[in-house]
Design a binder for this molecule. Structure first.
Ligand code: ZN
Length: 147
């Protein structure tokens, strides 16, 4: 199997069977909604952060397969992670999407399936929408806790 078809399989698997999907009705979760008007993607991410750790990640939304599957991969990558490591992962994912060198000690596994997106600039926003939402949530949390 070529690496491209392996990557496509990972993306379709997360699209058809998204992990951690569905929001919690719990005020301890921080909720961030982002939209990508050019594609019609609409993603909501919820983070449960305690003592500098991301205890839980939830997501929901509608959009293309790249966007929805990426939200699912993001939820698995960031769940259980320290907030600073999570921010490094998010930055590494952005570099990967734009075809730049990224820290492959930090970012590995299924997130690498989106490497090919760098060839389709219009889809980069699709792939990083949920990750961007997570970043916003983590930064707000840090801001409030330090301030
Ligand atoms: Zn999209």
């Amino acid at each position: 199997m070529s690496i491209d078809s392996l990557y496509r399989q990972i993306i379709m698997d997360h699209y058809k069977d998204p992990r951690n999907k569905g929001l919690k009705n719990d005020e301890n979760y921080r909720t961030i909604n982002l939209v990508n008007p050019s594609c019609g993607d609409d993603v909501t991410v919820q983070l449960l952060i305690e003592n500098g750790m991301i205890k839980d990640v939830r997501h929901t939304g509608t959009g293309c397969s790249i966007c929805c599957s990426s939200a699912s991969v993001m939820s698995e990558e960031l769940k259980g992670e320290n907030v600073d490591v999570a921010l490094e992962k998010i930055d590494a994912f952005n570099l990967l999407l734009t075809g730049k060198d990224f820290n492959d000690e930090i970012l590995k596994g299924e997130a690498l399936a989106y490497m090919g997106v760098s060839k389709f600039p219009a889809r980069i926003r699709c792939a990083n929408l949920a990750w961007h939402a997570a970043k916003e949530g983590v930064l707000k949390e840090k801001e409030e806790n330090n301030g």
